[in-house]
Ligand binder design. Sequence first.
Ligand code: FMN
Length: 194
Amino acid sequence: MKTSFGPHKIMFPCPTSLVVTGTMEDANIVTIAWVSLLTSKPPTLGVSVGTRGFSGEAIKSNGDFTVNIVPVSIMKEADFCGLRSGKDIDKFKESGLTKMPSAVVKSPIIKECPLNIECRLADWRLIGRTNHFVGEIVETHVDTDKLINKDDISSIDIEAFDPLIYIGGVREYRRIGEKVGDPYKIGNTLKGDS
Ligand SMILES: Cc1cc2nc3c(=O)[nH]c(=O)nc-3n(C[C@H](O)[C@H](O)[C@H](O)COP(=O)(O)O)c2cc1C
């Protein structure tokens, strides 16, 4: 049996990300769980940012932003950035998180986040009361000590990275559990040709 609830905004798990927009002199951080890759060529991602806060208009006027994937070690700082507005405070100063210059875009990246994605604002659309921003990914940085093979971005050591997972609905932060299979392979075992 299933219970039906009608249209509802429940989706999990989500990565916890910190979206930064602005410049090295004046930047804001916002906590965003609604982030997803959209296309591979060109590589783009989408972030959903509400209209009530500071960041929506700031991203539009700045024209770029960075997406910084949060490890468990900065859970409190990341949560803080989702509880305060850049309208009221300097979240870099108050959280203690460290700005670093990006390679391509104006918006800084966050040193304490092991994965930093630089995006140029490619498009946006207002859906209801939420801005849906499309960012073209123009550069990607990974902490070398979070890579098993330092020349291969696909070799991220997920245990060492320890990403902070947001579970919508129940509203919990969790960490990743153990590996259970190999995607794009394990399904073949159903056809008997593994
Ligand atoms: C775990 C977490 C996830 C969040 N995800 C989103 C999100 O995906 N989109 C959004 O608009 N706000 C999200 N928020 C809320 C914003 O971070 C919050 O409104 C913030 O204070 C806005 O800051 P700003 O005014 O500086 O832009 C989230 C907050 C938390 C704590």
